[in-house]
Design a protein around this ligand. Structure first.
Ligand code: EPZ
Length: 480
């Protein structure tokens, strides 16, 4: 695929010409004319690609959205009451749309904010007629299983599809099921579905064999309506767990200890409606911090919570990244001088696995050898081979990746495989020589709100190109 400048702008007539052009069989190399200046982008679609021209420093202020991994359990928590729950600072990403579809499929009313209220949603579950999470939805987003605990607790029954495999690992939900059985639920599994029922859950003592984020959240929600006290040990301490507990307590629950490894929940008879603002997305913030460092820019990552980024910022400073944190922002300036440093992913407050791929992109530009050990998921190095296609020197050995730096990266056609791997490829493309084409960017739309617009606002040359729909003319062309 070849990218060449084109002088004249494309009107609908030419649009048709361009469409003819694009529809020609793939055998022959095709020309896609890209203009990074006048951006008329197609609405997100599964066919989308990004075209990124590297070499532009990111300069200015970039705003972080609400946390996807806090918004998803918060939306599931609305199931626990028949009164409206209003959530603010909800990110406009594909996984949130999936969660909305899931709640609506059960009978919930989901109101979407728009205009200034664009990031607000009000959910009312006073008429849940169908306590089921169907395979069609669960297969697109495993976090759909977060409705299991709330449905059993509130409705006394739930039918939830088994999530099945995932690109980054097996990711079973056996600990969710074991915990619900401890709270007295009767569970059967057949035809790919988990069927759970209980007249009323009863408090119990849960010790997680392994630290699980959504497992902690799912059972914490279930225990709020159980009879008596539940004590959960070896819990996840992620900020998203604490944010969920804050919402539950606003709904009248009695949750203590969230954010520590031991959580106590006094069950209550009924929960009520509430209003809650979701915390900022620490992984989106971390992604932008690394992009700022690697493009040798001067970037302020705003509307984030620096305290949630402790392990990452500490590691970046070890690598020589200049950082300043203040209030709700992190300022990063890069001078291209980076030193290798090993990292191992751990549960919070350790180095987050959701930043491992982005860190690997950074390690390709650091002087020396960095060893990256992935301890949380067994198959989370899919991005490594794509980075190697761009010129990186990376050797994967089981749960370890050895990155030799510094190597200069050059543009290539690369493929996104999962959400965070996509972010790593976007970062690599921002600093690579030439124009990189990222395929399957629908992965990134799952968890990053309009990332191309945000990056363009601070100087990146990035463009979304979709399957040209008849009604939309191709973008005008003149390479800036
Ligand atoms: C959450 O996934 C996040 N997703 C993930 O973010 C994140 O990578 C992960 O936590 C770890 O931080 C959401 O919050 C929606 P786990 P979760 O249960 O809860 C094993 C992203 O990029 N395990 O903490 O599914 C599991 O296989 C996503 O935004 C069991 O064995 O992760 C894994 O090895 C990707 N049995 C480990 O525990 C269980 O029942 C940790 O998984 C549950 C988990």
């Amino acid at each position: 695929m070849k990218l060449v400048p084109k002088s004249r702008s494309v009107s609908s007539a030419n649009g048709a010409g361009a469409l003819q052009e694009l529809k020609k069989p793939a055998a022959r190399s095709r020309t896609i004319r890209v203009d990074f200046k006048d951006v008329v982008e197609p609405r997100e679609s599964f066919m989308d690609k990004f075209v990124i021209r590297g070499g532009n420093p990111l300069v200015g202020s970039i705003r972080v959205s609400g946390a996807k991994n806090a918004a998803l359990p918060a939306m599931a928590a609305a199931i626990l009451t028949d009164e409206p729950v209003t959530l603010e600072n909800i990110p406009d990403v594909r996984d949130i749309q999936t969660e909305r579809n899931l709640l609506v499929s059960m009978g919930a009313e989901v109101e979407l904010g728009y205009g200034r209220a664009h990031h607000r949603t009000t959910i009312c579950c006073n008429n849940l007629v169908n306590p089921e999470a169907a395979y069609e939805l669960v297969k697109t987003m495993r976090a759909s299983t977060l409705v299991l605990g709330p449905l059993v607790a509130r409705m006394g029954r739930a039918r939830v599809s088994q999530p099945g495999g995932c690109a980054i690992g097996a990711r079973p939900i056996d600990l969710h099921i074991k915990g619900l059985e401890t709270l007295g639920a009767k569970i059967t599994q057949e035809h790919g579905y988990i069927e759970a029922s209980a007249d009323r859950l009863r408090g119990g003592h849960i010790v997680f064999d392994k630290i699980t984020v959504t497992g902690t959240e799912d059972l914490m929600m279930a225990a709020t309506l159980a009879e008596g006290e539940t004590v959960m040990e070896n819990c996840a301490r992620e900020p998203e767990v604490s944010d969920l507990a804050a919402l539950l307590n606003k709904m009248g629950a009695r949750v203590e200890g969230a954010g520590t490894s031991t959580i106590r929940i006094q069950g209550v008879g009924k929960l009520h409606g509430a209003r809650h603002r979701i915390i900022p997305d620490r992984i989106e913030a971390g992604t932008f911090v690394i992009a700022g460092a690697l493009t040798c820019g001067d970037l302020t990552v705003a509307n984030c919570e620096p305290n949630h980024l402790g392990a990452l910022l500490q590691k970046l400073e070890e690598c020589g990244v200049q950082l300043q944190t203040s209030g709700d922002s992190v300022r990063v300036t890069g001078n291209g001088q980076l030193f290798a440093s090993d990292v191992s992913t751990e549960e919070y407050p350790g180095f987050p696995t959701d930043m491992q791929a982005q860190y690997m992109a950074l390690a390709t530009q650091a002087e020396g050898t960095s060893t990256i050990t992935e301890n949380i998921f067994e198959n989370r190095f899919m991005h490594a081979q794509e980075l190697v296609r761009m010129g990186a020197s990376i050797r994967v050995e089981g749960s370890r990746a050895v990155v030799r730096g510094k190597t200069s990266l050059s543009s290539a056609a690369v493929q996104c495989s999962d959400l965070r791997a996509s972010a790593s490829l976007v970062i690599a493309a921002l600093m690579a020589d030439g124009e990189t084409i990222l395929d399957r960017v629908y992965h990134i739309d799952r968890g990053y709100e309009r990332i191309e617009e945000k990056l363009r606002s601070v100087g990146a040359q990035i463009k979304r190109i979709g399957e040209m729909l008849p009604k939309r003319a191709a973008a005008p062309v003149s390479v800036a």
